[in-house]
Design a protein around this ligand. Structure first.
Ligand code: NAI
Length: 288
């Protein structure tokens, strides 16, 4: 209650980010979100025109509201190192500083020196996700890594100093990091392996430096907008539901409530962990 959360990677009500933001709001937190510039206008329009009002309904009858909606492209650390064609792109040029440095500066300007308790990284991007690793270009592989893994490192570097003691950082990963999942291509599996490894090292460094915990949630498949780009997400969802200890589809809310728990004092001894929220699928060794 009364804590401030930043959820990065919310652009509609279909993904994990939305459900996570809502779970934090239900727990009494003030929620700021950060949205990818190419998706920002559509998201703001949907909110303004009331298209998300059903999803904004909270159990207590109130409506989910965001304290701030910041532009963020997590591939860029500061404006000086951002290519001119991005800075001058029509979706970016009116937004001010949309980089991770810019986000940190806005948070301080809006809320003071230590504005944050919780940072949730709910974003990923792999431009060649449909290509098997055997066909991925160097540029595609590095782009997946930059957007999906280094973005977390950069966010912890820049937002860690802004976090109050007892703070927590969390992200979302997928089991393709440790087992071969056909169809999860583009170097996204590699990026998730980095994200999980970085979670352990960041937990150590941020724990010692700021007393901040760092964890990641390994979620089961879910048909968000990003996942639909994989092409076979419906097959993955059905396969997991059929072959898990709990034979049902994962809901985004279940990931949201785990996020709220992991970032709360109830989880004060959990850091450096990859926590499965997948109906137990990870524990199986044979299809049913
Ligand atoms: P989503 O489409 O709701 O969320 C991804 C968000 O990342 C979008 O809002 C997109 O605009 C944003 N984004 C992309 N590139 C960005 C950039 N450079 N800077 C800032 N934002 C950027 O999809 P979903 O599935 O909810 O994804 C959230 C996280 O969950 C991702 O890390 C994803 O890999 C992970 N995950 C998803 C699973 C699934 O089956 N949907 C399973 C396990 C993990």
């Amino acid at each position: 209650t009364g804590k401030r959360v930043l959820v990065a990677g919310v652009a509609d009500d279909n993904g994990f980010g939305w459900a996570i933001a809502k779970a934090f709001a239900e727990a009494g937190a003030n929620v700021c979100v950060a949205t990818w510039p190419p998706a920002l206008n559509i998201f703001l329009n949907l909110l303004e025109r009331g298209k998300l009002d059903d999803s904004r309904q909270m159990p207590d009858g109130s409506m989910l509201t965001f304290e701030r909606i910041y532009p963020l492209d997590a591939v860029y650390d500061n404006l000086e190192s951002t290519p001119a064609d991005i800075r001058e792109n029509k979706r970016y040029k009116e937004l001010g500083d949309f980089t991770i440095d810019g986000l940190a500066a806005r948070l301080v300007a809006d809320f003071g020196e230590q504005p944050l308790d919780i940072v949730f990284h709910s974003l990923a991007n792999g431009p060649e996700v449909k290509k098997p690793l055997l066909e991925v270009s160097r540029a595609g592989y590095l782009a997946a890594s930059s957007a999906s893994a280094y973005s977390l490192v950069s966010m912890v570097q820049r937002l860690g100093p802004l976090m109050r003691p007892g703070g927590a950082v969390c992200s979302l990963t997928y089991m393709a990091s440790e087992r071969a999942i056909p169809g999860y291509g583009g170097g996204m599996s590699s990026a998730k392996a980095q994200l999980e490894s970085d979670t352990r090292v960041l937990a150590f460094e941020a724990g010692r430096k700021w007393g901040v915990r760092v964890n990641t949630i390994s979620a089961g498949p879910y048909a968000s907008r990003a996942a639909s780009a994989i092409g076979i997400i419906d097959t993955m969802v059905k396969y997991c539901a059929a072959n898990s200890p709990l034979p049902e589809e994962l809901s985004a809310r279940e990931v949201g409530t785990t996020a709220a728990f992991l970032c709360s004092p109830l989880a004060s001894a959990i850091t450096g962990s990859t926590v499965y929220v997948d109906k137990g699928y990870h524990s199986m060794g044979m299809a049913v």
